[in-house]
Write a protein that binds this ligand. Structure first.
Ligand SMILES: [Zn+2]
Ligand SMILES: [Zn+2]
Length: 381
């Protein structure tokens, strides 16, 4: 059917300058797919990176948006999880088949039976001139009136959870919050440091606060982000542009008083880095105690993420470094729990949302995100 969608004619540098809403053809949903009438899609910086061509050499017209909430409109013949009328959120990870070896071991990310839900070429969208459109970031597209999504990408959205909260849950929130709950596993009273206080970093702070972390140290080069971090629960902030991070860390966590480490800061029991970049990861690792764990959430291109400046001797006493993608969540186990945290006021997901734009103003919405808006909402349905 013909629907409206926001398309860039060619992915690459500054593509969002040329983004425009146009009528495109959306194919019928496949046998395992649901068609979703999109209500909201929040903007993630991954959308901007993808449209700018930073996720790989995808050319041609592209469509983005992957933090999707809406209502199931139609289902394929083999769909069992949802029915028309169901409220859902749609993510770029999958729930897994539930019966292959990785799924049975709780690692649905590696499901053998359902393909990863990343770039899709060709997508079910076609321009009026017949050009195929590439879907970026996800096997569904949120900057459109409708999308087709594999049912495995869906999680039912409870009746009392607003669509825009579902959208924020679907990527940004769970990437930071989930990483803290599933990877850091903080014990009450342990210290936590986060480097990068955008939407993901602030969501990590919410996870640390809920876990009972103390102190919670927020690190960013933008004062406005450090102010936000304090609102979300950071007890201390460090701006590496104006402060020496290790000196500040020493004041906050205390320091060794004996042995070869005399004068060195204890460091945080847990650190998490929520932005891409090599020097930034080194900083997160240095903020972490010799017995602690650093969790890497922000990633860039593969070739830019080598960490050859870590000496194995630094790991001698059990210091660990690990990664997390999409909060390491089990989609249908964790998201209902996060919805309940929201319902009970334990996490303030609404405070992550900045400005709201109709689909026709998608360019302004993306530009506003580029200029520091935390998380903008494209209101579609
Ligand atoms: Zn995202
Ligand atoms: Zn599986």
């Amino acid at each position: 059917m013909m629907i409206k969608a926001a398309i860039v004619p060619r992915m690459g540098k500054d593509a969002i300058e040329s983004i425009a809403v146009e009528e495109v053809e959306l194919a019928e949903p496949g046998e395992y797919e649901a068609r979703i009438k999109i209500m909201t899609c929040t903007i993630c910086h991954s959308d901007i990176h993808a449209l700018n061509g930073e996720h790989g050499a995808y050319e041609g017209p592209g469509i983005a948006g992957h933090e999707i909430s809406g209502v199931v409109d139609k289902i394929g013949s083999r769909v069992t999880y949802v029915k028309p009328g169901d409220r859902v959120l749609c993510t770029e990870i999958r729930a897994g088949c539930g019966h292959c070896t990785p799924c049975l071991r709780g690692h649905t990310w590696f499901c053998e039976n359902i393909p990863p839900m990343s770039f899709r070429v060709p997508s079910p969208y076609t321009r009026k001139n017949g050009e195929a459109i590439t879907q970026t970031c996800s096997g569904a597209s949120g900057f459109a009136e409708y999308t087709n999504a594999h049912e495995n990408m869906l999680c039912k959205l409870d009746e009392d959870i607003p669509f825009e909260i579902g959208s924020a849950l679907a990527c940004g929130f769970m990437s930071g919050f989930g990483a803290v709950l599933n990877r850091c596993r903080i014990k009450p009273g342990e210290s936590f440091a986060v480097v990068g206080c955008g939407g993901v970093g602030l969501s990590a702070i919410m996870g640390a606060r809920l876990s009972g972390a103390n102190p919670i140290i927020a690190v960013d080069v933008m004062e406005v982000k450090l102010e936000a971090a304090r609102r979300f629960g950071a007890t201390h902030t460090i701006n590496p542009k104006t402060q020496d991070p290790m000196a500040e860390l020493r004041k906050i966590t205390g320091e060794f008083s004996a042995g070869t480490g005399k004068g060195e800061p204890y460091g945080a029991d847990h650190s998490l880095v929520a932005v891409a970049g090599r020097g930034i990861k080194r900083l997160a690792f240095d903020l972490c105690a010799k017995w602690g764990q650093t969790v890497i959430v922000g990633h860039e291109l593969w070739e830019n993420e080598f960490m050859s400046d870590i000496n194995a001797m630094e790991l001698l006493f059990g210091k660990r470094i690990t990664g997390s993608v999409m909060g390491a969540v089990e989609l249908r186990r964790d998201l209902p729990i996060y919805m309940d945290f929201y319902r009970r006021g334990l996490v303030d997901i609404a405070a992550l949302l900045t400005n709201r734009f109709p689909l026709d103003d998608i360019k302004e919405a993306l530009q506003d995100s580029l200029h520091g808006a935390l998380k903008n909402v494209v209101v579609i349905g």
